[in-house]
Design a protein around this ligand. Sequence first.
Ligand code: GLA
Length: 373
Amino acid sequence: MNNKDYTHRVSAAGRVNLIGEHVDYCGGKVMPCALSLKNTVWVRPNGEGVIRLKWTDLPDEVTLDLSDLERYRNLKHAKYHAGCAALWQKAGHRVVGCDMLLDCTVPFGSGLSSSAAIEVSTIAALATAAGEKFDPVEVALVAQKAEHEYAGVHCGIMDQFVSANGKAGHALLLDCATLEREYIPVDLGGCALVIADCKKPHNLVESKYNERREEVEEALRLLKKRIKADSLSRIEPYLLEEYKTLLPERIYRRAKHVVEECDRVNRAARFLREKNISGFGELLNASHASLSELYEVTGRELDSLAHAAQDHPACLGSRMTGAGFGGCTVSVVLKEGLASFKEYVAERYERETGYRAVFYDAEIADGIVVEEL
Ligand code: GLA
């Protein structure tokens, strides 16, 4: 890799969400951690009217004309970069011609937010090349817009926000309605976080994700006929029960997941602050059950992987993480039982599904990192 001539190295993180799943777009609280799996951009201004992209692991080289960034929507990889540049420019920032070398260690399709890492690091690199100081919160908001407009996923703010604002060793407790945040140290005592990929090929994630989003918007619309609420996340579980007859059965189950998951996040934050890891782990199990039975975003593979983990004596809790429909689980596991845990889970999961799970080694890391070279 010839990266000596670049002026800066800018990276942004992939993420694992500990709890608070499918609630960000309902204004709920989430608890993700930025990971050491990340997207790195080596960048240098080139004094021309173009952005030149190269990848460490692809033969492609793409040149984007700065005067017409809208025209790259159909490109396979570079549409994200073009979209980010177009939207950053639209937000009033100076985008200058530059060369970028890109390298992503977030596994694609793993549900660990490779696209957020790519979007956030690209925008931070563009700002850096232009000599601008940037606000990581604004970078996250523009990156989310790029995901909406260029990937067609009507995602919430969680992934881009933690990719930009994550802090090493900490979980980010983020209120997605107000963007207020608290960093909670992830001190799991004798336990480790284990991330396992079910390796089921993703398909239809975008359309199913958007469908869930519509269902909970429908729930809020119907509940608003009788309840005063700006978002589903602000409705207490008991109130939903009181007004459940306003909702068709399926819509009720989706709403029930959201209001109960929001409640679990508050309890989980308390447990993490108090270092009550077994209480924390039980909430992970409850979250998975809800995502499986009420929200229906797990599928056979993620259920098999989470249940195998939950059944191992060294495991304090396990759940799917991210959008679901494939991707990863996150488990809290006693370090002394780690080897036997992985062996047991891998063997049972493969027997039940035919897929081989992959375990990722990752630390909880910072979000955006900019280094001058
Ligand atoms: C995806 C989205 C996030 C969030 C999660 C589910 O990762 O990008 O905004 O909705 O799914 O919690």
